[in-house]
Ligand binder design. Structure first.
Ligand SMILES: [Fe+2]
Length: 287
């Protein structure tokens, strides 16, 4: 490992803080160590990197092809004014929706592999991002529940998760009718995902999951809610209190994540680069 590089585990079942090097100066030997640490810890946090747009995209590409290069997650509108919570527009409903535990793009034909996420402007209070370790959650299930989930699958849809917040996702004039709100087949995914690189099993649940085949709707909803409530508990969770310049990269194949509330009279500007899943291992089950 290069001199000065430090990988300090969090006080949780996953995650580590990486210091002592610049992402922009990443060499091949360091990359090997970082990638191994990423598979092991699933979440790496790099304080104070202040990546420029091209640098963030280049770092994300080290992990694989991108689903999309960079998107703002922000309550600042294009004209510089703040999106108001009381307006409760469709974008606000997406921001609020992201406060539910979820994995990214499970509602797409191929779910995401991971993401690089950076902080540009952060509020003084709140606006933390949480992650939860679904490997440890699976391992912590009692034997009967583990046997049960091993044979189950669920549908994943952004229409479903957003409709629970009153977001009318199928309205043609909706302000947010974009990414993820497709009219293709609703992906069906096993409740237990086997990680393609580590072989570890994890729970694939979260707010987009619904309608387990073989269960009635209400029973499925209760069962999935109970699983999320159990899974997303210490020591399997970590919430990051952002500083400007922080960068993280997480493994979307074994973690859930969530945004948390902040005072929306304050600006919050975050940048998300989404790493594409491998169609061999992250595709939905065949219809
Ligand atoms: Fe997300």
């Amino acid at each position: 490992m290069p001199q000065g590089l430090s990988i300090q585990p969090l006080h949780a079942t996953f995650g580590a803080i990486v210091t002592g090097f610049r992402i922009t100066e990443l060499d091949e030997a360091t990359w090997q160590d970082l990638h191994a640490a990423w598979l092991d810890y699933a979440l790496l946090i790099f304080p104070g990197q202040f990546l420029k747009r091209d640098e963030q995209i280049a770092f994300a590409r080290r992990f694989g092809p991108l689903e999309f290069e960079m998107a703002a997650l922000s309550n600042v509108k294009a004209d510089g004014t703040l999106r108001l919570e009381k307006d409760n527009d469709d974008m606000m409903k997406i921001l609020k929706g992201n406060m539910g535990w979820h994995a990214d793009s499970t509602y797409m034909p191929v779910q995401a592999k991971g993401a690089v996420f950076t902080a540009e402007v952060v509020p003084t209070v709140g606006g933390h991002t949480g992650w939860a370790d679904m490997r440890a959650a699976y391992d912590a299930l009692d034997a009967a529940t583990r046997a049960k989930v091993d044979g189950l699958s669920a549908h994943h849809s952004l229409h479903y998760s957003q409709s629970k917040l009153g977001h009318q996702t199928r309205r043609a004039d909706g302000e947010y009718s974009g990414y993820g709100l497709h009219d293709g087949p609703v992906p069906l995914r096993p409740l237990v995902k086997v990680h393609p690189e580590t072989g570890r099993k994890s729970l694939l649940i979260g707010r987009h999951a619904h309608d387990i085949p073989g269960m009635d709707k209400a029973e499925s909803e209760r069962f999935l809610e109970r699983l999320v409530a159990f899974a997303c508990q210490p020591p399997r969770v970590y919430h990051h209190d952002w500083r400007p310049g922080d960068a993280v990269v997480w493994d979307n194949r074994c973690l859930l994540h969530q945004a948390t509330p902040w005072d929306m009279t304050q600006p919050r500007v975050m940048w998300h680069s989404r790493i594409a899943g491998d169609p061999l291992s992250e595709a939905a089950l065949a219809a």
